[in-house]
Design a protein around this ligand. Structure first.
Ligand code: ARG
Length: 563
């Protein structure tokens, strides 16, 4: 907003278009210098003058009823009239509209995608949280978004799973503790396969039967999927995440032959050691495996069929894959093979990678059953949140609900505040620090806005809308003015987050808003006796609260009114 206004004002003095001006405008390093700064270097040539002199000339000629200009070296600093622009900003913010840049472009987001019969890993947690935030961000900006949970429910490991179950399976244990029990079967399979070489063959036979649609194999497989899904759904429920589609790898079982046929027709398939591959030497990548030696399909084959389905049937304009960085090569190969098949739209496929997350220095590993169980982490976070609440506000109503919001929120925010490609060493204690750069800090600040408003509303007997509309920017104080300007930057941050597929742009923004509100709260008396000042400050408080909830909801956090 301010960029636009500054550019429009400057246009009368500078031979540049509004868009160009907006590109060049800067925020001055210190608020006391002004609200916007225009660097005059670009004018030196046109005016045949040093930038300092150009800045001085413009400042001398400048005249505007609501803007002051001052030359400072090669810069022109602009100051906006707080009364005039303050109420304009507040009115704009009250409508809360976000420019719709998505134009209904269809985006399919591949997210979460855990593996059946294996624990929900930390990578899947990150994918779920990052994916859900991106989903909300795209949606708000007017894209047509679909989320897909691409379950790992196919592959040779299901042959192993069935073989192990047939030998040692225990139905009761499996229904009581599906993931643990499945995992144990899997581990036992690997242990015993060292001695017993019939096991591997049995597993291969079962997977082949499964791919051929054998009834018993299908039934057992469906059973594994069902019990695992029950566990995953519990997790999704706690995280508040939903999917438009849950279509696992198995869904593409009958769609892979067509891909293999096309690859053959196009002469892209080559034999290598009895397997069929697409060579990617030219692209400097290892060959992409399509059909294994034993004739079964593999992960990349299924991803090829999946991408084609999303493009052709779901009509996706863009395909995002929120999957850990360790699969960079895999997606590089898959997208390249698509391109080789003549599918130019492969360029609209994007792998959205993210780094490893450790919990208190511990890696999550599914091997040998030595794992940090995600549900335990969530429980622990909620329990610790409850301890903090009991200490800070023991009288609070619905404590359990608030503890859930704070505990889960701490985990989500502790992840999303980081640049996604960075590794995260997650510490529950840090994530729950009410004074740190955390979800709870922002939630607490939001609750503060609500308690200020409750106090204020009690004072304003008649909730005076007219006075509200007259609220002006010049009684907010410097800190209030800075907060107000910051609030207008939401659309910009949203765009940046979408452009880079980076929820941290919004997480960082929420932190800035919370910090800025707390400064305002500490410096200015919000609920003062003078009514027009009170109105303006309460209105700013309301707008800050709206900004905080909106941003937190995008990221997947709840914002309780009290805590
Ligand atoms: N299930 C896979 C894993 O856990 C992730 C799937 C990601 N999505 C995809 N389309 N390949 O590694």
């Amino acid at each position: 907003m301010l960029y636009q206004w500054a550019a429009e004002v400057l246009k009368a003095y500078v031979p540049l278009e509004v868009e160009q001006l907006m590109e060049l405008l800067e925020i001055p390093p210190s608020a006391s210098m002004g609200d916007m700064a225009f660097p005059c270097f670009i004018l030196a040539k046109q005016f045949k003058k040093a930038p300092q002199a150009a800045a001085k000339d413009i400042a001398d000629a400048f005249s505007h009823p609501y803007v002051q200009a001052e030359a400072a070296g090669p810069y022109i600093n602009l100051k906006f009239d707080r009364q005039h622009y303050g109420s304009l900003m507040m009115n704009e913010l009250t409508t809360g509209n976000v420019p719709e840049t998505g134009n209904g472009i269809k985006v399919v987001i591949d997210m979460s995608s855990p593996n059946i019969a294996k624990p929900f890993g930390i990578g899947h947690l990150r994918s779920t949280m990052i994916g859900a935030a991106l989903y909300n961000m795209y949606k708000l900006a007017g894209y047509d978004v679909l989320s897909v949970n691409h379950l790992g429910d196919w592959g040779t490991q299901f042959g192993k799973q069935i073989a192990a179950y047939k030998r040692w399976g225990n139905d009761q244990a499996l229904s009581e503790n599906p993931i643990q029990e499945s995992l144990q079967l899997y581990v036992r399979f690997h242990d015993e396969a060292v001695q017993d070489n019939t096991l591997e063959q049995e597993a291969r036979d079962w997977f082949r039967k499964l791919e051929e649609g054998d009834e018993e194999a299908r039934k057992l497989w469906a059973y594994f999927v069902e019990v695992s899904m029950k566990e995953f759904d519990r997790m999704y429920e706690r995280l508040g995440v939903h999917f438009d589609y849950t279509l696992g790898e198995s869904f593409y079982n009958d769609k892979m032959q067509a891909v293999v046929d096309t690859l053959k027709e196009q002469g892209l398939l080559e034999e290598s050691d009895g397997a069929l591959v697409v060579r990617l030497d030219e692209e400097g990548m290892p060959p992409c495996l399509i059909i294994k030696k034993d004739g079964t399909t593999i992960y990349p084959t299924r991803d090829l069929a999946t991408a084609i389905y999303r493009h052709d049937v779901m009509q996706a304009d863009r395909l995002l894959y929120v999957v850990g960085s360790e699969q960079r090569l895999h997606f590089g190969q898959v997208f390249t093979v698509l391109r080789r098949m003549g599918m130019a739209w492969a360029d609209s496929c994007t792998h959205v990678p993210f780094g490893l997350m450790k919990f208190e220095g511990k890696k999550m590993s599914t091997r040998r059953g030595k794992i940090v169980v995600l549900e335990d982490v969530l429980d622990e976070a909620v329990a610790r949140a409850m301890d903090i609440i009991n200490e800070k506000n023991p009288e609070l109503d619905n404590k359990q609900q608030v503890a859930n919001a704070v505990g889960i929120g701490a985990i989500i925010f502790g992840d999303l505040k980081n640049n996604r490609v960075n590794e995260v060493d997650f510490s529950l204690e840090d994530a729950l620090n009410f004074d740190g750069e955390t979800g709870p800090y922002i939630q607490y600040t939001y609750a503060r806005t609500q308690s200020v408003l409750a106090k204020g509303d009690a004072l304003q007997a008649e909730n005076d809308k007219a006075a509200d509309m007259l609220a002006s920017g010049d009684v907010l104080g410097d800190s209030g003015w800075e907060l107000l300007k910051l609030l207008t930057k939401f659309p910009e941050q949203l765009q940046r987050g979408i452009r880079n597929n980076e929820p941290s742009a919004l997480a960082r923004y929420a932190l800035d808003v919370a910090q800025s509100f707390n400064q305002f709260y500490n410096k200015e008396r919000i609920v003062t006796d003078e009514s027009s000042t009170r109105h303006a400050r309460l209105r700013l408080t309301r707008l800050a609260g709206l900004s905080l909830t909106r941003t937190m909801h995008l990221l997947g956090l709840q914002t309780p009114d009290r805590m």
